[in-house]
Design a protein around this ligand. Sequence first.
Ligand code: NCD
Length: 305
Amino acid sequence: MKHLIDPTDLSVAEIDEIMELALDIIDHKDKYNEVCKHKKLATLFFEPSTRTRLSFEAAMMELGGNVLGFSSADSSSATKGESVGDTVRVVSCYADIIAMRHPKEGAPHFASFVSDVPIINAGDGGHNHPTQTLTDLLTIRREKGRLNNFTIGLCGDLKFGRTVHSLIKALARYEGIKFVLISPKELRVPDYIITEVFEKNNIEYKEVSTMEEVMGELDIIYMTRVQKERFFNEADYVRLKDTYILDRAKLKLAKEDLSILHPLPRVNEIAVEVDDDPRACYFRQALNGKYVRMALIMTLLGVKA
Ligand code: NCD
């Protein structure tokens, strides 16, 4: 049995297989609409979510399976004091696969020790978000036609943004990727990413503090929201939240074939006027999230069309 806790739990070859399966699902939807008949997905969300939970549920429904679960800790026995371990042990008796989001880093990893069914990390605190990464990879693959040889700028809250951490770890395994890290000094990527991912593997990266100085170099820009819920101090959040706003004026500095990604939700960091620009990929990205989760569920359940 395999769990997905960290993006590197999947080898590059396994990720490529999931991408191929997702692309086949997109082209031949009818082939897949009963492959998970009689299977159940449980979504255990101890933290808010729109896209991740609903795309997981839509994915299972489109595979002909069923879904159950809860969408906030308040509506689970966590409010009575039940431990994550006990909740997961019980739910693994009711479902064939579990997607779990939790504010504590490592909670899904811990859950994987006590579960009888595959656990998917749907976001653990400021740590990882591997299924968003699969979504991002499928989006890059569809927009650019490849997963190698490009310069990607990651912009915003690189400290608390779990989607950023997971995407860097996954992309670092492909050839010819240059990383440009755009953040205020307070929200730089954690040191372990610099030492364990970039330096250890001799990967080209640079850290800058403005978008304008690098805009023209980028093939992809990955915008992120400042993660309000992870701040200790409201005043710091208010001071930093609007540091970067991608608007039409900044896009004038960018390449014609730039791809603009954002895991969403957006707050202010991409002006609404950008939505009509053909380079804006973020709503297509949200749709890709459903297809890639269909492919992931099939893979972890060992189901074939
Ligand atoms: C992200 C998350 O939950 O980390 N959202 C998502 O799953 N698409 C990004 C965010 O909340 O900023």
